[in-house]
Design a protein around this ligand. Sequence first.
Ligand code: SF4
Length: 353
Amino acid sequence: MFERKYTRPINVGGVIIGGLAPIAIQSMNNTDPRDIAGTIRQIEALAEAGCDLTRLAVPDLEAADAFAAIRRRSPLPIVADIHFDYRLALAAIKAGADKIRINPGNIGGPDRVRQVVEAVRERQIPIRVGVNSGSLSREVIDRFGGVNAQSMVASALEAVAMLEAWDFQDVVISIKASDPALTIETYRLLSAKTNYPLHLGVTEAGTRREGAIRSAVGIGTLLAEGIGDTLRVSLTAEPVAEIEAAYSILQALGLRRRGPELISCPTCGRTSVDLIGIAGEVEERLKKIKTPLKVAVMGCAVNGPGEARHADVGIAGGKGEFLIFVHGEIIKKVPEAEAVEALMAEIARLSGV
Ligand code: SF4
């Protein structure tokens, strides 16, 4: 297996990012930040899905006021997302933000950076320095001949240096591009040059399916190289889908596990049951189970239990029927229409429910 790079740990409202802490999973709310009840409902759904911390945009002072009310009722630490206006950063810090995400390079100079640093230092909260490929300065683009790994890393490290100038090091860095290949190259370079924890993500990744694949390639490659301490899978979808995709990526690398893992065969000419439909139904019903079981849904009885012998429980199709097996042993045979119920009953039994 791969070795994770040890980074300087920071504390975000009780969630540790960096060091040897588990990779923290983040999302961002897409409710109106002034809608307190709606935002709280969405944060609760994220918490239920296994999110570790979430982020709220703070576009104006009204949103900063609502932020205070939301933070008081939130089950998760909340990061305040600030663009350009240092007064909004100060308001969000006062409103109880557990971290602020800002680019010190574009809030208007050293004095404003100092005011933000003093405010976060007083409340002992960290800063995420967020650099995006789309918002690099003309000067840095010219210096490095375009938007590339070098210009993005230089921009991030110069922004961090503005915080270090005020002796502030409670920092996590993100440096996102919408292109997974550029994201990988950029984070590799950044990781070689800094010991701050890194927040991974492919920005504007896309819709549920395409975005999850692009994120899995970008984020997954870096994690497999030991790079990265926290992540957000950005999807054009409801935020809970981002958490599901994050767990799939972390689970595939053996980095974190939550609930059951489903393995299913690709189907072939031997399949004579509706395996695709059944696997989809099982996947949906497993979302409510918290026990870390390995569940197999296989198309045929000949290879099924054998191919899935590492599974805790599974089903293998025959002609209009399924075999149910537990730890590689066949325990019974049921008609196809009853297979999902029978499998779920075994899962409930193994979960001790
Ligand atoms: S488990 Fe059986 S049905 Fe599924 S792909 Fe393998 S051989 Fe084909």
